[in-house]
Design a protein around this ligand. Structure first.
Ligand code: G3P
Ligand code: MG
Length: 248
């Protein structure tokens, strides 16, 4: 059985506060994942920051939109204690800090551009410039639910791989992907069960199939059997165990 690449969703977010330095560090300490998936936004003063939601209330002790906060204000937030008081004192990273961490640990990085709720002007170029200044074009690949943004990334720098995220069944998907310039497709895993022909279709178009967010053993096994190329999970220790049993 082909072993897919195994990715920790927002770091090891099943056990630790998502997108926190601790959650990233624990991927190294407690799993054998190949990489991490994470999300990026822009602050009011133009810093790229690692965070999932466009606003901060769900996963911090603050409130409001990231686009209305300075980086200094973002840095004041505690992004650990919402998960559990023992994780208090975690603070957001810039995208540059996450790149430094991946460079040092050799983890691959799937960066999701969060530009479908807030349309951040210039996000694509800022992200690509940062990747290039770290010389990590081969270690980082991009994805977004905003497919226009992925098209733009490919035009800015064709060397950096892009992926189309989607979470609902689509009409005429073959024609859609033929018109796109993306390298990868990132379907929510149920969509591959709903239309089992999709994995072969995407592969026949030269696209890698990177699926998310697979958190239970039964669906992990199912995705591996269907031949996906990459699985993203909150339960990244379980994912490594299941894939190890099936593929090693
Ligand atoms: O990239 C996979 C997944 O992260 C997409 O959705 O909302 O968890 O960022 P979300
Ligand atoms: Mg994401």
């Amino acid at each position: 059985m082909n072993k897919p690449l195994l990715f920790a969703h927002r770091g090891f977010s099943g056990k630790y506060p998502e997108n926190s330095p601790l959650a990233f560090q624990k991927v190294i300490e407690e799993t054998t994942c190949d990489g991490i998936e994470s999300d990026v936004h822009i602050t009011k003063d133009g810093q790229l920051v690692i965070f999932h939601d466009a606003s901060v209330e769900r996963t911090s002790n603050g409130s409001g939109w990231i686009k209305d906060k300075t980086f200094e204000e973002m840095l004041q937030l505690d992004i650990g204690s919402w998960k559990c008081p023992e994780f208090a004192g975690q603070h957001v990273w810039t995208f540059g800090q996450l790149l430094d961490f991946c460079k040092e640990t050799k983890l691959l990085l799937n960066l999701e551009l969060k530009n479908y709720e807030v349309f951040y002007e210039g996000l694509e170029k800022m992200v690509i410039d940062e990747i290039c200044s770290h010389q990590m074009q081969n270690q980082v690949f991009l994805s977004s639910f905003n497919h226009i943004s992925m098209q733009a990334c490919k035009e800015i720098n064709p060397e950096i791989k892009t992926g189309l995220l989607y979470d609902k069944p689509l009409l005429e998907i073959a024609r859609y992907i033929e018109r796109s310039n993306a390298d990868n497709i990132h379907p929510r895993y149920m969509l591959l069960q709903y239309q089992p022909e999709l994995v072969d279709l995407y592969h026949s178009h030269g696209m890698r199939v990177n699926t998310w967010t697979v958190n239970d053993e039964e669906n992990m096994r199912d995705m591996i059997e269907r031949g996906v190329d990459l699985i993203i999970s909150n339960e990244s220790d379980l994912l490594c165990k299941v894939a190890g049993e099936m593929c090693d």
